[in-house]
Design a binder for this molecule. Structure first.
Ligand SMILES: Nc1ncnc2c1ncn2[C@@H]1O[C@H](COP(=O)(O)OP(=O)(O)OP(=O)(O)O)[C@@H](O)[C@H]1O
Ligand SMILES: [Mg+2]
Length: 254
């Protein structure tokens, strides 16, 4: 994990990004900077705009206003597939995999789309095996149908797929939701691999123990508004955040 006073250039920068759906404000002048090797949390109540932000970063949604930069490149109008090639990888709130394909095809699909497969050659297999081990999936039969994997295993596989693309930014949409404690440990191990590789990780999660324990910084969304940004300690003592989201019952650790 990096210091909050990171002197490096941001890998991803959002500058006053806005998105409305009819009368619903899903993103209101969002301003964020993510740094390589940093775990940045994105939290807030249901419907706050967290997934919308990921869809804006990946280009699935076009922003109504504002700009986004991946290092020096303005990506505001860049289409989704090119953003993937430029180094933005993600997972989905509910796993999105090719149900009719085997496990290996699903894993390699990401690096294919990111155009990394040919470049990496034999090392791809080595990296894949290392990541599968981190995810506790080293014993799965790669030629099995993806549907043989449990929900938790599918969520982990999505992270493996994303990491194999060697992205600059990894966007994780509630990776721990619906997972047991052991599976959560695997998620943490995979996130730590990303940090070691100097990837900027954006983590959406409702599991507060996980978020507060692992993130360097966090931003809190409420009705599309960014109500606070800071370290876990700062966020946990922010009155607006407590009122809007954390409440009094949240069991968090620093
Ligand atoms: N494609 C869309 N069309 C219309 N409204 C949308 C669309 N996508 C999101 N919204 C609305 O934008 C708001 C933010 O939704 P979003 O899915 O980003 O919330 P979230 O913070 O990810 O919530 P959750 O914790 O439940 O996943 C909600 O009011 C949602 O209904
Ligand atoms: Mg969501």
């Amino acid at each position: 994990m990096t210091s909050t006073l990171n002197p490096k250039k941001p890998v991803l920068k959002m500058d006053n990004v806005c998105k409305n759906f009819g009368g619903v404000i899903a993103a209101d002048k969002i301003a964020l900077e993510l740094y390589g090797g940093e775990i940045f949390g994105l939290i807030g109540p249901n419907g706050a705009g967290k997934t919308t932000l990921l869809n804006l970063i990946t280009g699935i949604y076009q922003s109504d206003d504002g700009e986004m930069f991946l290092l020096d490149k303005n990506i505001t109008k860049v289409p989704t597939h090119r953003r993937a090639r430029l180094g933005i990888a993600r997972t989905f709130q509910h796993p999105r995999l090719l149900n009719r394909c085997d496990i290996k095809t699903n894993i390699l699909m990401g690096s294919d789309l990111a155009n990394k497969r040919k470049i990496k050659g034999g090392k791809l297999e080595e990296d894949m095996n290392m990541l599968l081990k981190c995810a506790g999936l080293q014993n799965v039969n790669l030629s099995d149908s993806i549907e043989k994997l449990s929900y938790g295993q599918q969520k982990m596989l999505e992270i493996v797929r994303a990491l194999l693309c060697e992205p600059a930014v990894l966007l994780l949409d509630e990776p721990a939701a619906g997972l047991n404690t052991k599976e959560m440990d695997y998620i943490v191990a995979l996130i730590k691999v990303a940090v070691q590789k100097d990837i900027a990780v954006l983590l959406i999660e409702h599991a507060m123990d996980l978020v507060m324990g692992i993130c360097d910084r966090l931003t809190v969304l409420n009705f599309g508004h960014q109500i606070a940004t800071g370290t876990p300690t700062e966020i946990q003592s922010n009155e607006e955040v407590i009122k809007a989201y954390l409440g009094g019952s949240c069991n968090v650790k620093s």
